[in-house]
Write a protein that binds this ligand. Structure first.
Ligand code: NAD
Ligand code: RM4
Length: 253
């Protein structure tokens, strides 16, 4: 029970990695609030799963690309659950597309959701933590893509490098308030975000073949690392980035 008595807020908590983090935190004793877009059913079932664990849960629909969503999510979550000790910035999109004819709207939407959204959400959560006066922990879901490129991800990989960099700068800005800021860098995790991309059997086999641990990731593979960074076990860890990729990044030859 690493998060007993803590309250966690997570963006993009209705599915995939965000949902696994939300439920994983509840298993460790946290009350959890989730933000999400569109997927009311996923959000409701995530809330039900957390409540079945005996924890309190709250869900609010909102597009993180809109800067106003950040304060409304943090304010409503704190009104519902009382405080914020942990903030997990997770919501993100990756509409795979070639570089040379990237539509301006696809580029701009990806930036606004993944990077601008992270900036304003983290800022809103940090302001609340500073006002509360008892520190906190912020974990951003960046990616292996912060460190390596992708042919159909030229709009996406800069956002993940940006989120990783945001955690480094925020760690400096917020250290004096006792707020730690770290990122996880998942490898390829089987979720809706890459379902179409990995439907190509040749691509899927190639990706699997790159992974020393011999399999693609599952959302729950991120729960432990996120809970660890959020918890007091990591009380001297800030500005760090933790690869969670089955060894894919180090596998050159
Ligand atoms: P997913 O599609 O399964 O889940 C995405 C979640 O984000 C959903 O809850 C969705 O409602 C929410 N969301 C999407 N756009 C939003 C918006 N504008 N406002 C609010 N919520 C929004 O995807 P996932 O794979 O779980 O991705 C979660 C994060 O993990 C993303 O930031 C992604 O970049 C990152 N990531 C994923 C992988 C992977 O291989 N799946 C690898 C590295 C990093
Ligand atoms: C990740 C990484 C994965 C990809 C997802 C969409 O950051 O690049 O390989 O499937 O994004």
């Amino acid at each position: 029970m690493l998060l007993q008595g803590k309250t966690m807020l997570v963006t993009g908590g209705s599915a995939g990695i965000g949902r696994a983090a939300a439920v994983g935190a509840a298993r460790h004793g946290a009350d959890v609030a989730i933000n999400y877009l569109h997927d009311d059913e996923g959000a409701a079932s995530c809330v039900a799963e957390i409540e079945a664990l005996g924890r309190r849960a709250f869900a609010l629909h909102g597009d993180v690309a809109d800067p106003e969503t950040a304060n409304s999510f943090v304010d409503s979550a704190v009104a519902a659950l009382g405080k914020v000790d942990i903030f997990v910035n997770n919501a993100g999109i990756c509409p795979f597309h070639a570089f040379l004819d990237m539509p301006v709207e696809t580029f701009e939407r990806t930036m606004r959701v993944n990077l601008h959204g992270a900036y304003f959400m983290v800022q809103a959560a940090a302001n609340r933590m500073v006002a509360q006066g008892h520190g906190g922990s912020i974990v951003a879901v960046s990616s292996i893509s912060a460190l390596v490129g992708g042919e159909y991800q030229t709009h996406y990989t800069p956002t993940k490098a940006g989120v990783h960099s945001l955690m480094q700068s925020a760690a400096i800005a917020l250290g004096r308030h006792g707020i730690r800021c770290n990122s996880v860098l998942p490898g390829t995790i089987l979720t809706d975000i890459n379902k179409d991309d990995l439907a190509d059997p040749a691509k899927r086999a190639y990706m699997e073949g790159r992974i020393p641990l011999g399999r693609l990731g599952q959302p729950d593979d991120l729960a432990g690392p996120i809970v660890f960074l959020a918890s007091d076990l990591a009380h001297y860890v800030t500005g760090a980035a933790l690869l969670v990729d089955g060894g894919a990044f180090v596998n050159l030859q």
